[in-house]
Design a protein around this ligand. Structure first.
Ligand code: NAP
Length: 250
């Protein structure tokens, strides 16, 4: 199913470098943008640059994913403050030190709330709006980390795994209404989130990931592993029997 054309896209978590690379990709195709983030006023220079380069409308919207009550009115707020929209792109996420999260339940709770609960609640409300209008779609950045739990990051991985299942269900629910859902599963990406982490390999640029997302969206793909080879790496990882996997140091 190819998605309906997009005139305006809402980007949630717009300060992320992956989000900004996506903003360039979509603006270059003439899509107006709403950049939603905490302290969104700091994105004013980025919005100005996008307007100048691509001659599209770019609005800023204050958005805190953890403020669950605010999500009910989000779809209407975007319409009132910017105009009609058809696509929401969620890039919100956080990756605190897993060792700290193992010791401190509040940090673990924050990882789960930011990567899973808040995103599900927010996308759920946006989905209701799109389903009623029978147009548009959702793109959400999950992670390959959600495909199998590993000792080094299973708390973040559990949140992303749950998110991927949520998106799968949402896709199933929204398909009859012609609303498309794309799940994006990047491998390692060169952003502030991964700075200083050890053991990174095959690290992609945010620009390469964003280019893959645009192509996948236009082709109506359901799940995107980006770069492409992560699909096959994760296939192998998922096939390792649990009796062997539990002894590996991953
Ligand atoms: N980098 C990787 O290797 C990698 C791999 C797989 C998946 N991902 C996923 O890709 C997405 C983007 O990550 P990134 O690498 O670009 O890292 P990032 O720069 O840390 O981006 C995460 C974004 O989420 C936003 N965010 C966090 N909590 C929020 C909240 N309560 N309300 C609103 N926004 C909130 C952050 O906003 P602030 O700027 O306000 O903190 C930040 O802009 C994330 O979902 C991440 O899990 C990344």
């Amino acid at each position: 199913m190819r998605p309906t054309p997009t005139s305006r896209a809402l980007i949630l978590g717009a300060r992320s470098q992956i989000a900004q690379a996506l903003a360039h990709q979509f603006a270059a195709k003439g899509v107006a943008l709403v950049l939603a983030a905490r302290q969104s006023e700091q994105l004013a220079p980025i919005a100005a640059d996008l307007r100048l380069r691509y001659d599209v409308d770019v609005d800023l919207l204050e958005f805190d994913a953890l403020d669950l009550d605010s999500h009910v009115a989000l779809a209407d707020r975007v319409r009132q403050e910017a105009g009609p929209w058809e696509l929401a792109i969620c890039v919100v996420g956080s990756l605190p030190d897993q060792q700290l999260a193992r010791q401190d339940g509040h940090i673990a709770q924050q990882v789960l709330a930011t990567n899973f609960t808040s995103v599900c609640v927010c996308l759920g409300h946006l989905a209701n709006d799109l389903e009623a209008r029978r147009e548009g779609g959702l793109i959400c950045v999950s992670s390959v980390s959600g495909d199998r739990g590993r000792q080094s990051n299973y708390i973040y991985g559990a949140a992303k795994g749950g998110l991927s299942v949520f998106l799968q269900g949402l896709r199933n629910r929204l398909a009859p209404a012609g609303v498309h859902v794309l799940t994006v599963k990047p491998g390692f990406v060169d952003t502030p989130m991964t700075q200083g982490l050890e053991g990174l390999f095959l690290v992609a640029s945010p620009e390469a990931v964003a280019a893959d997302v645009l192509i996948a969206w236009r082709k109506g793909r359901n799940v995107l592993y980006t770069p492409w080879f992560w699909r096959w790496i994760l296939l192998i990882i998922r096939l390792i029997p649990e009796s062997i996997f539990k002894r590996l140091s991953l």
